[in-house]
Structure formats: structure tokens, C-alpha cells
Design a protein around this ligand. Sequence first.
Ligand code: AMP
Ligand code: MG
Length: 267
Amino acid sequence: MYSQHVLTPGKEIRIGDISPDGKEFYADRKKAEKEFKDVRDELISLQNKFYADGRHKLLVVLQAMDAGGKDSTIRKVFKGVNPQGVAVASFKAPSKNELAHDFLWRIHQKVPPAGMIGVFNRSHYEDVLVVRVDQLVPEAVWRPRYQMINDFERLLTSTGTTILKFFLHISKDEQRQRFQDRLDDPEKHWKFDSADLEKRKKWETYQDAFEEMLNECTTEHAPWFVIPANQKWYRNLAITKAIVDTIKQIGPEYPPEESGLEQLVVE
Ligand code: AMP
Ligand code: MG
């Protein structure tokens, strides 16, 4: 199901050809919601084993336009997992100190150590997205970053990290509705940032930057998924399933137990 959303290295996509509409991939919302709960229960028990095993590392990268659903994906997909084994890192505009280093410096510090699932809410990809669109550095600086990112991710996968990268794909109209919801609901005002409206004006330029990022940084070791994300229920199901199947492939095991436990009685 979600496997149809993974990109193939060397096979270029056009983002405009990919539907953001989850309904095209899954007709029955009620069934999807039920399936999602079951798959999330599976994630909870697999993550328990993953943490206990303590040998593997999983990195989940989330990128999207504003209001694309990164925060709510994290909230929904990881609801109920042992918080001790999952670390979320949110990357905002870099500090002066971060800018004084290479762009991967702050990222590398947040990659998951053994036993952990790391979730990136935005990531090193901002350095070829907002940085490119807002011309924060010249092209001669951002363009070589695709290769640097591929090399960096190769370093991670070669040293035992599995990487899952999800682009949450929404339509321009869906973004409009979500911004409007934020304005209409006082409980959501804190999420509204008028700077987001300026970014919305550059929608096409952003889509071009996402498209090139997806094509340039889909590798054998770390391909991108383009997740249709207009429907949250489909997005949650597709992402959770991809994570669950990936952990199953990794195959975490409980560590070997001490011998003679059967005879022990606690007095
Ligand atoms: P939010 O995710 O809504 O909290 O917003 C975080 C902001 O930080 C977004 O506007 C991002 O574009 C911005 N941001 C994240 N990484 C970078 C970066 N490397 N350079 C410039 N801006 C960034
Ligand atoms: Mg924001």
C-alpha cells in the first residue's frame, strides 16, 4: 500500500503528477482509521523490542509545506510509544552559532543513537528548501548540498542507521483551508504565523525546490516517500505502516536473558 509512494533512484518524478489526495489510494475512511489503530498498536510493541534490543537506529525525516501536517503526524503516529525510546528534534531557523558551522553540524548531533527512533521535524533538507527559495545563500553554495546530503545519509546508513524520509504532499487549497482553520479557532492561533502567508505566495517556487530535492536525494540507501497528505487519516496509516514494516525488516530481538531465571523466586 505505502510502497507505491516510495521513489525509485534515477527515475525522476514531477511533483505535479503525484496526487496529494489519499482518497485515491484508499476509499474507506472508517476502515483506514480502524486499520491505523491496529498498526499503531503494532508499532508500540515493536518499538518496545527495538528499545530493549538496543543495537539498531531508525531515523524518520518529515518535510512538508507549512500546515502540511508534520506536527500532527508526530502526535498521532507516536501516540502511546515509550517516550524514552523516541527522540523528536525540530529544526528551526539556525542560530548564529549553528550558522558558524557547516549545515550538517547541528543535524549530526541529533541523529538517533543505538536503540532509539529519531524523528526530524524539518531537517537538513531546509538547507536546500527555504534557504534556496529565500536566496539565503547563492546557488553555488546550496546546489552542492544535494551530494553532501547523500554522502551524509550514506555515512549514517553504513553505520547502522535506517532512514525513512516522508514528504507530506498537500495541495495548495488544502493549505488554504488549514491556515483558515488556524485563524478561525482561538486554540490554534499560536500556530498561525503571518510569515507563512508570505511563503504561501511562493508556493510554486517551493514545489520546484521540493521536486528537485526528491529527485536529487532519492538514493538506494535513503529514498524519499511522497505521502498523499490531504487526508490525515490516510497519511497516518501510510506512514505508520511504512515504519512498522521497516522495523519488522530490521528484526529487533529482546536481548538474551540471564540463564536460570526459571528457578528464581523473589523472596
Ligand atoms: P516551524 O516549523 O513552524 O516552527 O517553523 C520553523 C521555521 O524555521 C520555518 O520557517 C523554517 O523554514 C525555518 N528553518 C528551519 N531550518 C532552517 C534553515 N536551515 N535555514 C533557514 N530557516 C530554517
Ligand atoms: Mg510554522
